[in-house]
Design a protein around this ligand. Structure first.
Ligand code: NAP
Length: 266
């Protein structure tokens, strides 16, 4: 999809929160990420805190030799949100990922950061040096976004990564339209509802059957239906990743959207 401030990003990516922590064998998880890259899920989302750096290291092993195929996103924790802290955290993430730049660098959550100008100035300095291509935030509510846009340069924010799925539509009344109005892309995290009851929904199964697809693909296609949202499902299983990638070619009809609205009201 086109990014509001220029450039583009894949609509469907891959998360890494629980990777490299023994949920699946490491080789299976690496194969899953590689499968996603080959099927067009070329945005990879990670963070310095995931597995205390082990998720970034795994992503680094997978993208080695194919960095140019991947739109790479990482995040700095608010405990590092000082000028020196952000610079050091970014250098450490780049080292673990085995690359010289990130495509997008996010403040993971606001935490106790009251003065956002330090964050904006640090991100802009990293951008000027070519270590990051663009920057954004995560878990920011409308009030946080308004604080950010009051800071000089804050309106260069490229994305806000927030929870969004059929089972959590809470951003729809306010944050989603605010971000659309202000040119900030939304990145939907936990788009499969963290893999719980959502995927067993009869409504999803019904829509999937009409398209000869699968429930996870329907849930993901729903998150990216507007063309203004990037979705980052996580899976450590290549078979699941193949199901998820089917979302890229699934166009939901008005009938599908109606059925899903009735099962998962806004
Ligand atoms: N910014 C933030 O604060 C924040 C917070 C949460 C998450 N995130 C990001 O968003 C990513 C995704 O979020 P998430 O992990 O919470 O939730 P999710 O993507 O909604 O769900 C992941 C779960 O779904 C399962 N799954 C994936 N594909 C499946 C399929 N086709 N069929 C059945 N099960 C499937 C996975 O298990 P298998 O591995 O067995 O497939 C895993 O248990 C994270 O990895 C992270 O990068 C960001």
């Amino acid at each position: 999809m086109e990014l509001p401030h220029g450039g583009s990003a894949p609509a469907l990516g891959q998360g890494s929160w629980h990777l490299a922590q023994g949920r699946h064998p490491a080789a299976e998880e690496e194969e899953a990420l590689q499968t996603g890259i080959s099927l067009g899920m070329t945005l990879i989302d990670t963070a310095e805190v995931y597995g205390q750096g082990r998720a970034e290291e795994m992503v680094g092993r997978v993208i080695a030799g194919q960095r140019d195929k991947v739109f790479l996103v990482s995040k700095v924790a608010p405990s590092h949100a000082t000028a020196n802290g952000i610079r050091a955290a970014c250098a450490a993430s780049l080292a673990r990922l085995g690359t010289d730049h990130l495509d997008l660098y996010l403040l993971h959550w606001r935490g106790g950061v009251s003065d956002l100008s330090v964050v904006v100035d640090s991100f802009e300095a990293l951008r000027a040096e070519g270590r990051i291509r663009r920057w954004g935030v995560s878990n920011f509510r409308v009030a946080d976004m308004e604080d950010l846009f009051r800071v000089r340069g804050g309106d260069a924010c490229a994305a806000n990564q927030v929870r969004y799925s059929l089972t959590d539509r809470s951003i729809e009344p306010d944050l989603l339209p605010w971000c659309e109005r202000h040119g900030v892309a939304i990145m939907a995290y936990s788009p499969l509802g963290s893999g719980n009851a959502l995927l067993r929904s009869p409504a999803l199964a019904g829509v999937a059957e009409r398209h000869e697809s699968n429930p996870a693909a329907v849930a993901l296609a729903w998150t990216i239906r507007s063309g203004h949202v990037i979705s980052i499902p996580e899976s450590g299983s290549a078979a699941h990743v193949r199901q998820n990638a089917a979302a890229l070619s699934l166009r939901l009809t008005a009938q599908d959207l109606g059925d899903l609205d009735r099962a998962f009201p806004a």
